[in-house]
Design a protein around this ligand. Sequence first.
Ligand code: ATP
Ligand code: MG
Length: 489
Amino acid sequence: MIKKFIRKILGVKEDGRDPTEPVILGPDQHSIDPRLVSSNAIKVTQTLQDAGFKAFVVGGAVRDLLLGIKPKDFDIATDATPEQVKRLFRRAFIIGRRFQIVHVMFGQDLLEVTTFRGNGSDNAPKDEHGRVLRDNNFGPQHEDAARRDFTINAMYYDPATETVLDYHGGIEDIRAKLLRIIGVPEARYREDPVRMLRVVRFAAKLGFTIEPTTRAPIPVMAPLIDNVPAARVFDEMLKLLLSGHALACLRELRSAGLHHGLLPLLDVVLEQPIGMKFVTLALESTDGRVKAGKGVSPGFLFASLLWHQVLEKWNAYRAAGEAPIPALHLAADDVLDTQTDNLALQRRIATDMRDIWAMQPRFERRTGKAPFKLLEHPRFRAGYDFLLLRCESGELPGEVGEWWTAFYAAEGGEREQLLAAANSRGGRSGGHRSGSGSSSSSVSGDSQAGEGQGGEGQPAKRKRAPRRGPRKSGGGEGAVANAQGGGEE
Ligand code: ATP
Ligand code: MG
């Protein structure tokens, strides 16, 4: 027992492995297909190595390569300082203050080059809850490995020799499909509570199991996430929701005990069975789009996640005597106010959400010029897809969605005929919640494709909080930019 404790303190693993010495696997001992390694990543490691530095592909890219997945981006780790890195590349920029890294650009391709972080960061400034606020202490490679989050994220790949360096048993965990945090779980979550959200995302995305000691403290430590700057939590939520496995992530969050009191948005989504059908349909559609490599609009996604909260408040305002349209705007204000405070919803995302919601009653007016005007709305496609979701979930009669699908596709005079047909049936099709019909329309439109939901957008209410941690300093912008970038079908 005492021996075990001392080993733990010293960081010596149970199997006696020395964490300062990596296990080195040659090309015949791992299954990495070198063709999956981006040529720019090879350029960067090669240039650094030619200049006499160590340089490796690191983190998620190595994990994905070992799993046979083509990495979506490549991070590079080196013993060169940011200044030394910058000097070696034509387009390289040092970014971040609290966590300095170098962005190396090749055309549109961006690689993040990070200098090995060392244990000096044990003395790094922390907040009163133990959260690390800044980390620019460089150190040897084995210390860099120990500062990473999970064993499967702490491996280094050298494209030149095709070798993998594994300090923490990552290879074994990849094979066993296990997510294991490096070090003492409680301490690592305290340093950075976002790791709790990361482990859930990776488990859902990779279909891995969270190793029991890694999992155990999560329900108890979950409230620490409240102390993390809202913008960073939002970025992580966005990554989770846009991972292509959003439904699985939400299930995993619930089972890990992270769903309660974590974020108002999650409370709404996970604890309201009434909206569950709608949310499930929206997330299925989102997951489908991500898996198919199509873009996803964060505005559409959040508008879907919060729709039932809006509906509830809309009904309440109407019951209190407010006219339908102003009642909807009041409801939208209420919902956005709570969420922008807590989630640092970016202004442009919030604007998209409001547009999508505000269009909904207009779909129920099928008389005169109204439907033609609606067709011209710049966000018509998003509003229309949202309408189809409402029909599919049974909130509106399927006939409404079918009519709009026909009207949207129709040409010239056909539209007048459709309008006449609708009017002969009464013009207005039932108000919200008036029907239980379900539509055969599929939610496969373009509206989810990002239409400029900007990474540069400011949070609606808060100033963007600074980021930290041994990670991309611009993770959030990246996540949003990804959502936007893949917009084309
Ligand atoms: P993906 O990009 O697929 O979401 P990833 O593992 O590459 O997964 P990134 O956020 O790109 O995640 O981070 C790159 C690497 O930086 C990680 O693999 C991990 O080694 C390290 N890292 C990122 N965030 C943290 C953190 N909060 N604590 C410790 N290490 C981290
Ligand atoms: Mg990554």
